[in-house]
Design a protein around this ligand. Structure first.
Ligand code: CUA
Length: 333
């Protein structure tokens, strides 16, 4: 029986260990840092984990020492030592050390990027992200639900919201920052390695808070420049008849009153800019793959894919029109 238990215990502990390790890595893990401030936050986490272990071990050792002394020769004086030492002294010394270490990090994490650095404005909408590169300059370009960054360069984020409080968070690259209606908050991030990461709203903001994510792609500077130059271009003219039908459906159904497609008369600003929507890594703010069937599902069932979203569902569209519209949007590379 003892032996069988042993055999069971090993795979179970290996399984637990692999689950714990898996939760430390990945595109949305603060413990798999890929940014300057994320590295500091991860260091702080590990030092705090060590600190709590030391406090726990010291208190447990003192308690065992006291109990043994009392059992052996009725000595109760050591109980005072347990209360003063384990209850106050050891935790106070260790927590003050951790507090000083944590506070010491703040100035460097709150410092703005040097002048001339890339500036990105992000507005938290219900429930998606309006992204503007170089806001307020002639180079300004509006995108949505995706942020690409050049590696090893500090970037200044200006964060805002028109209605409810959101929180902007790319766990692998840095700490979170609230987006508060009526004010602009600032966050500087510096990604330190290339890769694909995931951001997520970190403040409960309504029904579809959990469905408010975004993609982050960190690339080399030349790739970044090429991508941004391409995003500044107006939308391509549809090449095939089916795509022309899709564009017609877009205008006939009034989509242009909420969405912009640069290079066409569509100038709506309620919803995400769709000029290059087909080139994005996901749809619906990080929740669907960027494919024609996913476009169709989104357009026809916004109410179930993202409950309480402001965009109405267009389930009344004939199948053929829906497919053509989806194909047109996907062709906007
Ligand atoms: Cu936006 Cu939660």
């Amino acid at each position: 029986m003892q032996k069988r238990l042993h055999v069971w215990r090993r795979p179970a502990s290996l399984g637990l260990l692999s689950v714990l390790c898996a939760s430390c890595s990945g595109a949305q893990s603060a413990l798999d840092p890929a940014g300057a401030s994320a590295h500091r936050i991860a260091d702080l986490f590990w030092w705090m984990a060590v600190g709590t272990l030391v406090v726990w071990a010291a208190v447990a050792a003192l308690a065992i020492w006291c109990v043994r002394a009392r059992e052996a020769h009725g000595d109760t004086r050591r109980v005072k030592l347990l209360i003063v030492g384990g209850g106050a002294l050891v935790p106070t010394i260790i927590l003050i050390g951790l507090l000083i270490y944590g506070l010491g990090m703040m100035p460097s994490m709150l410092a703005p990027a040097p002048p001339g650095s890339l500036r990105i404005s992000v507005s938290g909408e219900r429930w998606w992200w309006r992204v503007r590169y170089e806001p307020g300059t002639p180079e300004e370009v509006t995108l949505a639900n995706e942020i690409r960054l050049p590696v090893n360069e500090p970037v200044d984020f200006f964060l805002e919201s028109p209605d409810v409080i959101h929180s902007f968070w790319i766990p692998a690259i840095g700490g979170k920052m609230d987006m508060i209606p009526g004010r602009v908050t600032r966050l500087t991030l510096k990604p330190t390695r290339t890769g694909r990461f995931r951001g997520q709203c970190a403040e409960y903001c309504g029904t579809s808070h959990a469905l408010m994510a975004f993609e982050v792609l960190v690339v080399e500077r030349d790739q970044f420049d090429a991508w941004l130059a391409q995003q500044r271009q107006p939308a391509a003219e549809p090449a095939a008849q089916r795509l022309v039908d899709g564009r017609d459906a877009f205008f006939l159904n009034g989509c242009s009153s909420c969405h912009t497609i640069r290079g066409t008369p569509a100038r709506g600003i309620m919803g995400p800019d769709l000029t290059h929507v087909g080139s994005r890594l996901s749809l619906g703010a990080g929740i669907l793959p960027n494919e024609t069937p996913a476009f169709a599902r989104w357009i026809a069932h916004t109410d179930t894919v993202k409950p309480a979203v402001l965009m109405p569902h267009w389930s009344m569209l004939p199948e053929e029109e829906l497919v053509a519209l989806s194909a047109y949007l996907e062709s906007l590379q």
